[in-house]
Design a protein around this ligand. Structure first.
Ligand code: 6GU
Length: 246
C-alpha cells in the first residue's frame, strides 16, 4: 500500500542493539518525528527470546564458521511489529550484504510505504526461511537489501543510511522542497546507468587561501551559469564514474 498524505508513515527497526539506532532521534529525522510526519519504533530482538541467556543465534546446518540468527525469534518479532501497525501492507526489508543494491530509485519507492520494517541481521545472517515465510504472506512485501559492496558487522548502520535517504523524501520533511526539486533532475538521471553527479558549489569569501571563486558564478549571467554547471557536472561524472550518455 502506498501512503499519500492520509496516514502517518511508520518505520519499525528490529535489532539486538537498539541503542545503535539512537541517531534517529536527531536532526531532520528527529524533527520529522516531533512534527508527527513519521513514527519510528525501535524494538530489541532479545525481547522475543524464551531462554535465560536470551539466545538469538545457533550453529549453521551443514557446518561452517559463525552463527545464524534463529527464525523462531525473528518470526515473533516481525509478527508483533505488523500486528502493532494499522497498515494493510508491511514492507519487510531484510538487511544483508547478499541483498539487492539500495539506490535513490528504491529510496523514492520506499518513501511511499505505509509501514517499513527493517530487520537488522548480525553474525552470518538470518535463517533463510524468514525471507521465504514472509514472501508467502500476502500482507508482506519482502526485500533483501544491501547498501554497497563491502561487509558490515550488522545491518544497523545500513538501516540508518537507508532511513535517512528515505525520510528526507517524505512530503513535508524537508523545509525547503525547492532543494529537493533541483535535486530531482539529478535523481532521475541517477537512476540511469550514466548517472550525473552534482556540480561544485562555492560561497563567501570570494578568495580563500589564494583560491578564487570561478568568475562565471559572480557574473550575474544565469544562462551562462547554468551552462557552466552542466558542463562541470558532466566533466566530474566522466572523471569519477567514466563515460556519460553524452
Ligand atoms: Cl545491509 N548488512 C551488512 N552486514 N553488511 C552490509 C550491508 C548490510 N550492506 C552492505 N554491507
Amino acid at each position: 500500500m502506498t501512503n499519500s498524505e492520509t496516514n502517518k508513515n511508520r518505520i519499525s527497526v528490529i535489532s539486538i542493539f537498539p541503542e545503535y539506532l539512537a541517531p534517529l532521534e536527531l536532526s531532520l529525522i528527529g524533527k520529522a518525528r516531533e512534527a508527527g510526519l513519521l513514527e519510528i519504533v525501535v524494538t530489541d530482538l532479545r525481547d522475543f527470546t524464551t531462554d535465560i541467556h536470551r539466545t538469538v543465534d545457533d550453529t549453521p546446518y551443514g557446518g561452517g564458521a559463525g552463527m545464524v540468527m534463529m527464525p523462531t525469534i525473528w518470526g515473533e518479532a516481525i509478527d508483533q511489529s505488523a500486528a502493532n501497525s494499522e497498515a494493510e501492507i508491511h514492507d519487510l526489508v531484510i538487511l544483508t550484504p547478499a541483498g539487492e543494491l539500495f539506490t535513490q530509485a528504491k529510496a523514492q519507492e520506499m518513501s511511499t510505504c505505509a509501514h517499513l520494517i527493517f530487520a537488522c541481521g548480525r553474525y552470518e545472517g538470518i535463517d533463510q526461511r524468514v525471507t521465504d515465510h514472509y514472501r508467502s504472506r500476502p500482507e508482506f512485501r519482502v526485500r533483501e537489501v544491501s547498501i554497497g559492496d563491502y561487509v558490515l558487522n550488522g545491518g544497523e548502520a545500513a538501516a540508518l543510511v537507508m532511513i535517512e535517504a528515505i525520510v528526507r523524501l517524505i512530503p513535508g520533511v524537508i523545509g525547503n522542497p525547492a532543494s529537493l526539486e533541483e535535486e530531482s533532475h539529478t535523481i532521475s538521471e541517477a537512476q540511469l546507468p550514466g548517472a550525473l553527479l552534482e556540480y561544485p558549489t562555492y560561497t563567501k569569501p570570494p578568495v580563500w587561501r589564494e583560491l578564487a571563486v570561478p568568475e562565471v558564478l559572480t557574473s550575474g549571467n544565469h544562462g551562462l551559469i547554468q551552462k557552466w554547471r552542466r558542463e562541470m557536472a558532466l566533466a566530474r561524472t566522466r572523471r569519477i564514474r567514466g563515460l556519460t550518455r553524452e
